[in-house]
Design a protein around this ligand. Structure first.
Ligand code: SF4
Ligand code: SF4
Length: 55
C-alpha cells in the first residue's frame, strides 16, 4: 500500500518530495504519491511538518 496524503492537511511545502528514495512523490497543489512507484518504506512520513502523510 502506498502512503496516504491528507489533502486537507497538506500545505504544499514540498519537504517530503526530496525525502523519497524512489521519487514517488511529486508536488502539485498538494503532494501526490505515485502508487506504482511507492515502496512503502515510510521515509517520507517524518519529513512532513504537519503530519499529512500516513502509512
Ligand atoms: S513511503 Fe517511501 S517510497 Fe513511498 S512515498 Fe514515502 S518515501 Fe517514497
Ligand atoms: S511535507 Fe507534508 S505538507 Fe509538505 S508537501 Fe509533503 S505532505 Fe504536504
Amino acid at each position: 500500500m502506498p502512503v496516504t496524503i491528507n489533502k486537507e492537511v497538506c500545505i504544499g511545502c514540498g519537504a517530503c518530495v526530496g525525502g523519497c528514495p524512489v521519487g514517488a512523490l511529486t508536488l502539485e497543489d498538494t503532494a501526490v504519491c505515485d502508487e506504482a512507484t511507492c515502496i512503502d518504506c515510510g521515509a517520507c512520513v517524518g519529513t512532513c511538518p504537519v503530519e499529512a502523510i500516513s502509512q
